[in-house]
Design a protein around this ligand. Structure first.
Ligand code: AHR
Length: 656
């Protein structure tokens, strides 16, 4: 008897636990198109995202151009009088002013220079590495170099010999295969013989770069970005565009042309946060605007460059260029459009052609300023807008609304911009998960009379300071973002571009977290937030359709959020459901407006009960999508969404 009561109690409890929700999809009423740019990526050189990350160069400070000329380098010698180094500065040269002169006086003993890379160098067993340097000797024939890859313990795991240095500067290359894997390896150059040698631009790249381009990008990181199938690529930031002051701003013209001549500057994240200082963080611009355009093209994303609008970071110096001296900044904007789209007979189109891309990059969007605020922004923005649209009326300008998602600066910017002609206004929200959950209806009643919205930087920031670098990328945060994103999708007429930020972080060298993709010198890991982004971006659809409960959109009642689209190209209804409740919920789904006798439904699910779960580089992923199938019959589907879950239901229907 007791046992029966117990079973009955468990049965009733389980009935109570799985609440039933009756959702109705109006499949035949296409509401608004979803822009192809809806879900994109925001790239900034923060957290060693470019140098030390996406840009596959393994040598830090390869040309001795860091202010501390030997930063990243170390001399190793058997005795002090064996060898020495001088840094020679040819200040008359416009670019790459320094080189190193190594003098070896005695043949016995040894002298070597090692480079520590970016928190070490990653070498993969059996993979090939391309070494190069510029060199000349002052006394011919007397010196040889041994190039070595060292593992974490300092053991040689690959080497090559160089003995053809001449008295003329020339580029010398060598290919080295690593015999072992090392996460924090080093490059070592041993100087043998006797004499004086000048060296510069010492470089080491994996052979296996993205698309096999020499001096290119890290394959595994690009692949992760490409797998998001982003609709756009915003670059190069972020605050990096503004600079701490105007001299530290991002100037795209210094990032194109021959890589060796690109002038290095300090990365503003070097000094931004005292608790995460990175004194060795500089921008070599090996990854510059040409490479960003190429990357966008490779991954099928619309390029969205952002340019400085004559204002440095208002949180830092607040330095602005005088209004009557704005022209060079405007020229940078106009010349950039010419660089991307101009005929190869134009000055900047020619440079694009000379760099290897005669075809235009089809630039359609241009951002003017990042997180600027108050009248000083609007007055500068107006000048940019006038000049850009006068010459290029089809360019869609993206303006900013400042760093905050609401409040005085935000309201002022929108009030002014509504009467101007930006196509999109960039909004940023780094907020706690609760904010995202509460704001799933943020755009439901937005004023639709003016520009559209670019949700340009967002991420849910949980409380606390988890020990693991990846710990802030918890499932709690990702789930809240998913809930919010249903609101973005429902309002796809108003919100036409969205990107999580920042995109990349090196686990040993980050300044800001959470981030979408973590990496170390050997591998990458997708965060739960990444999988949420991917579920949305790879299931974008073409038109919004309504999904309601009792005639109302689902914006969080009892933890349930939902949005729906149809994909006219593939003939699929795509329904996103987010359950932020701690219990499972039964979805009783009714498709209206179409007759579907039977359909095999594919369900992609992301779920885990533990909200603090995250994916770490050192472990198997805890949160990753799972795929199931279900049968829809006579327009109906019963589906139980687990507690704390995001689900995408794909229902094949007839193509229009
Ligand atoms: O994404 C990190 C920073 O956050 C960006 O550089 C800036 O735009 C925002 O404040």
């Amino acid at each position: 008897m007791k046992r029966l009561i117990l079973i009955a109690a468990v049965f009733i409890m389980s009935m109570v636990a799985v609440a039933q929700r009756k959702l109705v999809v109006s499949a035949d009423k296409l509401l608004n198109p979803v822009a192809p740019t809806m879900w994109g990526v925001f790239f900034e050189d923060i957290n060693f995202g470019a140098d030390g990350g996406l840009y596959a160069e393994l040598v830090k400070n390869r040309s001795f151009e860091f202010p501390t000329a030997l930063m990243g380098w170390r001399e190793n010698r058997s005795s002090y009088d064996k060898g020495r180094i001088l840094i020679i500065n040819k200040a008359t040269q416009e670019t790459n002013t320094r080189f190193a002169r190594v003098t070896i006086e005695k043949e016995d003993g040894n002298y070597a220079l090692s480079n520590e890379g970016f928190r070490g160098m990653g070498f993969h067993k059996d993979k090939q590495y391309d070494f190069s340097l510029m060199a000349r000797v002052l006394t011919p024939g007397a010196m040889q170099l041994k190039i070595q890859l060292l593992n974490n313990a300092g053991t040689v795991i690959g080497s090559a010999a160089i003995n053809d240095v001449t008295t003329e500067w020339k580029k010398i290359t060598a290919s080295i295969t690593a015999t072992d894997t090392a996460q924090r390896g080093k490059l070592n150059i041993v100087f043998e013989g006797e004499g004086i040698i000048d060296i510069d631009i010492i470089s080491l790249f994996p052979k296996d770069t993205w698309k096999g381009r020499p001096g290119g990008l890290r394959n595994d990181i690009v692949q992760k970005i490409a797998d998001l199938k982003p609709g756009f690529l915003r670059f190069p930031g972020g605050c990096i565009v503004e600079g701490k002051d105007l001299t530290n701003r991002y100037q795209w013209k210094t990032t194109v042309g021959n890589t060796d001549d690109r002038t290095l500057i300090m990365n503003r994240w070097n000094v931004e946060f005292r608790h995460r200082a990175a004194p060795d963080y500089y921008q070599s611009f090996g990854l510059g605007f040409y490479e960003y355009f190429l990357l966008a093209e490779d991954i099928g994303a619309a390029p969205l460059p952002i340019i400085n609008c004559g204002m440095a970071c208002q949180f830092n110096s607040g330095e602005v260029v005088a209004m009557d001296e704005l022209q060079p900044y405007i020229n940078d904007a106009l010349d950039l459009i010419e660089f991307a789209n101009g005929a190869i007979t134009t000055q900047w189109g020619k440079l694009r052609n000379d760099m290897g891309h005669p075809a235009p990059f089809n630039l359609q969007f241009l951002g003017v300023g990042n997180e600027q605020w108050e009248p000083q922004y609007i007055e500068r923005y107006k000048v940019f807008e006038k000049a850009i649209l006068a010459k290029y009326p089809n360019i869609k300008i993206v303006s900013g609304s400042g760093p905050f998602a609401e409040g005085e600066y935000f309201n002022y910017a929108w009030k002014e911009l509504r009467h101007l002609q930006p196509s999109l206004v960039d909004e940023h929200y780094y907020k706690p998960p609760e904010w995202f959950l509460k704001n799933a209806n943020r755009y439901d009643n937005y004023d639709r009379s003016g520009p559209k919205v670019f949700a340009g930087e967002y991420a849910a920031h949980i409380k606390g300071n988890p020990a693991a670098a990846e710990g802030m990328n918890s499932w709690e945060a990702a789930l809240a973002e998913a809930a919010f994103m249903t609101g973005l999708e429902r309002n796809a007429d108003m919100v036409q571009m969205c990107s999580y930020a920042p995109l990349l972080a090196h686990a040993d060298a980050w300044q800001w977290r959470p981030d979408l993709i973590w990496f170390d010198n050997l591998k990458t890991v997708a965060t739960p937030n990444y999988y949420v982004q991917q579920l949305f971006s790879t299931n974008r659809g073409t038109h919004v359709i309504a999904i309601t409960e009792e005639g109302k959109p689902l914006t969080g009642k009892e933890g349930l959020y939902s949005s729906a689209v149809t994909d006219a190209e593939t003939g699929t209804l795509i329904i996103k459901v987010v359950n932020n409740a701690a219990t499972a919920q039964m979805i009783d789904l009714n498709i209206m407006g179409l007759k579907i006798k039977k359909a095999a439904v594919v369900i992609q699910e992301l779920s885990t009960k533990d909200l603090s779960s995250c994916n770490k580089l050192s472990e198997l992923e805890q949160v990753k999508p799972d795929t199931k199938e279900a049968l829809l019959a006579a327009n109906k589907l019963l589906y139980t969404i687990p507690a704390n879950a995001v689900a995408v239901l794909k229902i094949p229907v007839k193509k229009k």
